[in-house]
Ligand binder design. Sequence first.
Ligand SMILES: [Zn+2]
Length: 352
Amino acid sequence: MRRRDFLGALASAGALAGVRPHASGPAARHWAWVHGGSQRTVDEWRRRFVRLRGAGIGGVHVGGGDLELLSNAAREEGLTFSRWIWVLNRNGDSWVKANHPEWFTVSRRGESSLEKPPYVGYYNWLCPTRPEVREYLSREVADLAMNPAVDEVHLDYVRHCDVILPVGLWEKYGLVQDHELPEFDFCYCDVCRAAFRQQSGVDPRELPDPESDLAWRKFRWDGVTGLVKELARGVKGAGKPITAAVFPTPALARKLVRQAWDEWPLDAAFPMTYHAFYKEGIPWIGEAIREGVAAVPVSVPIFAGLYLPDLAPADLGRAVRAALDAGAAGVSLFEMDGLTDAHLAALGSAGG
Ligand SMILES: [Zn+2]
């Protein structure tokens, strides 16, 4: 008997005291991320969704494309329709770029992520400290939550630019990021500098070693968390769940992208436990999930995000079992079009 089954048996025997509901809930219910922008008819979408359903996937996080069409197709096949949106990375937002260039984050070098995006051309990030940014994003997210076609809202890119990239990506970008480099360290915009000065008496531009300054690091964590709390009010106000794709563990998320996600008022968290990005093996997925499960309130299920290009079908089965044994409520696969029939069979037999 696996640990989850054992805990399930305990729960039904009424001996639940001290046992986390994560591990004792119903059978695992998996998810997939879906790029909705592909040109497909409603019947083509339905055929893809029914295929997921057959392998134990119960919901899809769908970004882009025709929201109503995709929602109808997913619901008709019995899937929960979660709308997946990019929050602080606004590369695709031509309105905000044209009208509010000052809303974008500024590096320790004084360069705007709009004018000089770090790493890649699409790294244009809004500053979560600015009240106008929070109001703008809150309105967008609340409108989405009130749309009857949307079952849940799924946040992505709700963080700062990677001050340090996952170690598996350093070579690709020709970088050695054993400390925080100024061109990747955000946000030193006028609003952040003034707010931190008011709080601490210091202009962060004047800090001799900003990386070692806990108050300044916390200021960035709290900025993102404050935004998420506002977004959550709108979504919960509409009576819908709010979830997020986050970095693999709370500690890594704070260190790499200023994301203190264990403090967010989420209904579920989807840590992207993409082991190869961290030069790790499959057992690490379980270790990362254990950290997340231990850090969040017992009411918040954790779903392990799995990166299919780094998982052959047999490895997917091992990864799913590692995640479930560590207390994950299920997994979420990135992304649907990478799922072969062999992957789906492995998912089905790894089960939950
Ligand atoms: Zn700022």
